[in-house]
Write a protein that binds this ligand. Structure first.
Ligand code: FAD
Ligand code: NAI
Length: 462
């Protein structure tokens, strides 16, 4: 039996970051992981592989659609799917091995296997029981199931199966127009699949700024994705090579069927904590089945903490990482902090979509007076030069104080641009502070400055 100051269960972005920070703060640390490789959902079957496929398929799209106009002529590339998958795998491998290296560097023990907590202060992995003064649960999430839909990860797949299909399907039906459905739907549409997205609600990406939703859906349609909105999927029927998706339109209850070679089920994810033995320890759950924690990420059981997708909040890698660092600080007797009001969200389609902070809907609901500064990428020279003039930056600021309350961006580099606003919000900046900051020309970030200017006396290039 080994004894540790901290044992982390799960090595995703929450768990591995918590483990590294604990070790850096002088705590003897181990991390339990049951997968063959470290890095969790994000590195193995989530953020990283999906971004590799998004990148490769975007390159193809550029070659097919924009090269000729720039005077780059010749045969456009064809898809070698096996090679694309091996590129994706090598991206995963370098990242997961990178975490292994960081564990060694920080003298963190990787306890290989599935962990459970037989009693307070003890973690069981296989036949071994280890002692831990503190336990951090970072066991993440898995795809939620849908009644009537049986996943075989070959024909009816979750995101995990969609990242390693045997071939590019002719017809793909995506259930759910959320982040996974639109990112992976984009990948296959670019690679030549006929992609139809079936969404329960009347707008894509629920909760997002309605103007962004509209422009985003229009752009995706232009890229060939089809949408069936307001449709409740009833069931799927699958053979070894084909499937049928049965849905009812909510407006008139009419029944319809779509044929597909592959069905991607992307209707959300749920926390993973079965088998850890938490019930017996008095750990409580929220109504939505997440592990309930206090402001220090401690569960109802003293010395047992939880972070990441397994607790409340957006299921995002960077939110899990921030909690990982913060909980380590708390355990080391320092002050851990996460600003939940400033957690950006990014969709890595083309163009990218990014948001942070309040939406107009949440501000209206709170009865808060606000102003809107909006700037279209059509007024941005750099964007126009690279065929990316569609889209806009919208900044929301307090009507009285001018303090920035949120931002919504659809356009080139949105996922990076949003961080300028995040930093401004962390520092409590006003829209004018942003507008008075010199921005290099020609950059996409000028559009952010112009949106900030539009909160005051007006943008220059609009
Ligand atoms: P996870 O990453 O889920 O890691 C949990 C780990 O715990 C797993 O490795 C699991 O094997 C292990 N585990 C579970 N139970 C046990 C046990 N009993 N014993 C030992 N080990 C255990 N987020 C973003 O921010 N950006 C993105 O671009 C993005 N893209 C995504 C794309 C896809 C297709 C998917 C599915 C998700 C994506 N996400 C993205 C979400 C992101 O992956 C998660 O928010 C993030 O991984 C959560 O981190 P975590 O540490 O809480 O859990
Ligand atoms: P999601 O919650 O983003 O979207 C699910 C969609 O499915 C919603 O639009 C919902 O209305 C719809 N839906 C639900 N039931 C349905 C039904 N029966 N029929 C039709 N539509 C239905 O969930 P998703 O896309 O599965 O992603 C899960 C999590 O992974 C997200 O919380 C996200 O944060 C994370 N993620 C983040 C990424 C990023 O940051 N770029 C990328 C991929 C995933």
């Amino acid at each position: 039996m080994s004894s540790y100051d901290v044992i982390v269960i799960g090595s995703g972005p929450g768990g591995y970051v918590a483990a590294i920070r604990c070790a850096q703060l002088g705590l003897k640390t181990a991390c339990v992981e049951g997968r063959e490789t470290l890095g969790g959902t994000c590195l193995n079957v989530g953020c990283i592989p999906s971004k590799a496929l998004l990148h490769a398929s975007h390159m193809l799209h550029e070659a097919e659609h924009n090269f000729a106009e720039m005077g780059l002529k010749g045969k456009s590339p064809s898809v070698d799917w096996k090679q694309m998958l091996s590129y994706k795998q090598s991206t995963i491998d370098t990242n997961t091995k990178g975490i292994e290296f960081l564990f060694k560097k920080n003298k963190i023990d990787w306890l290989k296997g599935w962990g459970s907590v037989p009693e307070a202060g003890k973690v069981k992995v296989g036949d071994e029981v280890h002692e831990a003064k503190n336990i951090i649960i970072a066991t993440g999430s898995e795809p939620a199931s849908l009644p009537g839909v049986e996943v075989d990860e070959k024909v009816v797949v979750t995101s995990t199966g969609a990242l390693e299909l045997g071939k590019v399907p002719k017809k793909m039906v995506v259930i759910g127009a959320g982040v996974i459905g639109l990112e992976l739907g984009s990948v296959y549409a670019r690679l030549g699949s006929e992609v139809t997205v079936v969404e329960f609600l009347d707008a894509i990406t629920p909760g997002m700024d309605p103007e962004v939703q509209k422009v985003f859906q229009r752009m995706l349609k232009k890229q060939g994705l089809k949408f069936v909105m307001g449709a409740a999927v009833q069931k799927t029927e699958a053979t070894k090579t084909k499937a049928k998706v049965h849905y009812k339109l909510r407006k008139d209850d009419s029944e319809h069927v779509l044929d597909a070679d592959v069905v991607l089920v992307a209707t959300g994810r749920k926390p993973v904590h079965d088998g850890l033995g938490l019930d017996a320890l008095g750990v409580e759950l929220t109504k939505r089945g997440q592990i309930a924690v206090d402001k220090n990420w401690q569960t109802a059981a003293k010395g047992i903490y939880a972070i990441g997708d397994v607790i409340e909040g957006p299921m995002l890698a960077h939110k899990a990482e921030d909690e990982g660092m913060a909980v380590a600080e708390v355990i080391a007797g320092k002050h851990g902090h996460v600003n939940y009001g400033v957690i950006p969200g990014v969709i890595y389609t083309h163009p990218e979509v990014a948001n942070v902070g309040e939406t107009e809907a949440t501000l209206k609901e709170a009865g808060r007076a606000y102003k809107v500064g909006k700037f279209s990428f059509m007024g941005n020279a750099r964007a126009k030069a690279v065929f990316a003039g569609d889209g806009f930056v919208k900044i929301l600021a307090d009507k009285e104080t001018d303090r920035i309350l949120g931002a919504h961006i659809i356009g080139p580099g949105a996922g990076d641009l949003i961080h300028e606003v995040c930093v401004a919000m962390e520092f409590g900046a006003s829209a004018q502070d942003l507008a008075m900051t010199c921005h290099a020309h020609p950059t996409y970030s000028e559009a952010v400055r112009e949106a900030a200017l539009a909160c005051g006396d007006g943008a220059i290039h609009m």
